[in-house]
Design a binder for this molecule. Structure first.
Ligand SMILES: C[S@@+](CC[C@H](N)C(=O)[O-])C[C@H]1O[C@@H](n2cnc3c(N)ncnc32)[C@H](O)[C@@H]1O
Length: 191
């Protein structure tokens, strides 16, 4: 079983033990590749671990390109591969202030690529697009973590706000969460 590890959109942050991939050659990636172009230069079922650190929100300006990226990621992953995605929260100045950010990446967006979630949409009569079913891909969401902005961390630590206050603020205010970390698992077998 292949154990290839990919750091996609590596920029100047090379990860030891990973194949570091970027569109630009500026910082000497191991492989220079535009991930909006398919097929990716990796074998089917060859990858065990993907890191997309502040990278996925830069990729797939058109819907078609983004769907190609998700489909291609599923193709190269082996069953059980882990994909770590770190992105700026879409309601943060960090996200809004960079013209190379082409789309928000949220747990809701990624849930569209999960068969389990697609089945729930159908059971519950929700209109969410069943992309896992349309594209025949399946990424299970294993965990979601939110890194709060420093002033919200301080308010929580000082007991000035509750977790419920923060949950409500995340939905209604800017600059509450700095970064979202989402861990996915590629599902490829009928398990
Ligand atoms: C904000 S940087 C993050 C770099 C690194 N992951 C880090 O955390 O420091 C985003 C990187 O994604 C790369 N990138 C953007 N679009 C890409 C594409 N279509 N294919 C490959 N890399 C891409 C950019 O060249 C850039 O190096």
């Amino acid at each position: 079983m292949s154990d290839l590890k990919l750091n996609l959109g590596c920029g100047d942050t090379r990860l030891p033990g990973y194949v570091n991939v970027d569109k630009y050659g500026t910082f000497g990636p191991d492989i220079q590749a535009d991930l909006e172009a398919v097929p990716w230069p990796f074998e089917t079922d060859s990858v065990a671990d993907i890191q997309l650190i502040h990278a996925l929100e830069h990729m797939g300006q058109t819907t078609g390109q983004f769907l190609n990226i998700m489909t291609e990621m599923h193709r190269v992953c082996r069953h059980g591969a882990r994909i770590t995605i770190k992105v700026p929260h879409p309601r943060s100045d960090g996200f809004l202030g960079d013209p190379t950010h082409v789309r928000p990446i949220t747990p809701n967006v990624l849930s569209l690529f999960s068969m389990e979630e697609n089945r729930k949409f159908i059971e519950r009569g929700w209109p969410n697009t069943r992309l896992a079913m349309h594209l025949n891909v399946d990424f299970r969401i294993l965990s979601v973590g939110y890194k709060l902005m420093p002033r919200w961390q301080q308010r929580l630590k000082a007991g000035q706000v509750t977790n419920q206050d923060i949950a409500e603020a995340i939905e209604s205010q800017n600059n509450v969460v700095d970064e979202i970390t989402i861990l996915l698992e590629a599902v490829k077998d009928a398990a």
